[in-house]
Design a binder for this molecule. Structure first.
Ligand SMILES: Cc1ncc(C[n+]2csc(CCOP(=O)(O)OP(=O)(O)O)c2C)c(N)n1
Ligand code: SF4
Length: 304
């Protein structure tokens, strides 16, 4: 399949209030093409609730419910139950930032996953609270500058996709704004089967990560090519790597040096060689953990 073969109908309209180069709008555009019109979006406080537009106008051409930060997954559970009661067959999809997923909405997300609610929860992860001027979140990587971590974050990020796997979610997948067809296919799969589906997309944010707005897709690709972000699908107890991550694990492609990714962004410009080493250590540790669950064997040279 080619990108030119995606459905032509646009459900995220142009002229919205997102920054130029915002990769979360690029992804939402593709996600809505995969979902189609019979979709209800639930959006907690975030950049999305801003670029969605002000009532009575909306940049999103499907019904949207704006919800309090903490309660997106609970709201989606209620909406799905109400639609079923009325005999309406529609997909209920949460579209939430990492602040609304990793931190403030984690309890309602956990509840919905544990109950096995029939919904797709999508976290667009720009690794910070962007809308309120770049504060750290639980998804911010080690060492990154934000306005609340001026000399760099001291902790590594947590991993909500793994937390969802531990909840017994029907399907968990990761995606990147650099690989839109991979994202499209994952959302199409999630749409076809009922159950609780969690998809997390890495969506670089030019003003927050401090890079030129023309570089969003390139940086989203570099994250995968350097191993900072791993593309996979989890289903029935198995992880299946996809795209470039699969090629790296199978030894068909060499992982790029992580410096290429880090120094493309101002938020890491203060990094010392020790900081780079710490990120390298974290990447290797994370790949070991993921591959430990995986059907593919990592080539030995990956770790040298
Ligand atoms: C309970 C609560 N606390 C704080 C806010 C202020 N607030 C609105 S949007 C936002 C940032 C959201 O961050 P994230 O979920 O990562 O989405 P992004 O802005 O990055 O798109 C914050 C802190 C709020 N609306 N409600
Ligand atoms: S601040 Fe970042 S996430 Fe928010 S609209 Fe701008 S580019 Fe997109």
């Amino acid at each position: 399949m080619r990108i030119s073969e995606l459905p032509e109908e646009e459900l995220l309209l142009p002229g919205n209030a997102a920054c130029h180069g915002c990769s979360s709008t690029l992804c939402l555009r593709v996600v809505l093409k995969a979902l189609g019109k019979r979709t209800v979006l639930v959006i907690p406080a975030s950049c999305s609730s801003v670029y969605q537009g002000m009532f009575p106008k909306s940049a999103i051409a499907v019904p949207v419910i704006n919800t309090a930060f903490a309660s997106a997954a609970a709201t989606a559970s209620g909406v799905k139950a109400a639609l079923l009661e009325r005999g309406v067959d529609a997909d209920v999809v949460v579209w939430a930032g990492d602040g609304g997923t990793y931190d403030i909405g984690l309890q309602s997300l956990s509840g919905a996953a544990e109950r096995g609610e029939d919904m797709i929860y999508i976290c667009y992860n720009n690794e910070m609270y962007s809308n309120t001027g770049v504060q750290r979140s639980g998804a911010t990587p080690y060492g990154a500058w934000t306005n609340t971590t001026l000399s760099g974050k001291k902790e590594h990020r947590k991993d909500v996709a793994e937390i969802m796997i531990s909840h017994g979610a029907s399907y968990v997948a990761t995606a990147s704004a650099g690989y839109l067809l991979d994202l499209y296919k994952k959302v199409r799969r999630a749409r076809k089967i009922s159950g609780f589906w969690y998809i997390e997309i890495l969506t670089p944010c030019p003003p927050g990560w401090k890079f030129p707005m023309s570089k969003s897709v390139e940086i989203a690709k570099l994250a995968v090519e350097t191993g900072m972000w791993i593309l996979y699908e989890y289903e029935e107890g198995k992880i299946k790597l996809t795209g470039v991550s699969k090629a790296i694990a199978e030894g068909k492609r060499r992982r790029k040096r992580v410096e290429e990714y880090l120094f493309s962004q101002g938020r890491f410009s203060h990094f010392s060689s020790e900081d780079v080493f710490e990120i390298e250590r974290w990447i290797e540790d994370r790949w070991r953990r993921i591959l430990g669950r995986n059907v593919y064997a990592a080539p030995a040279e990956f770790y040298v």
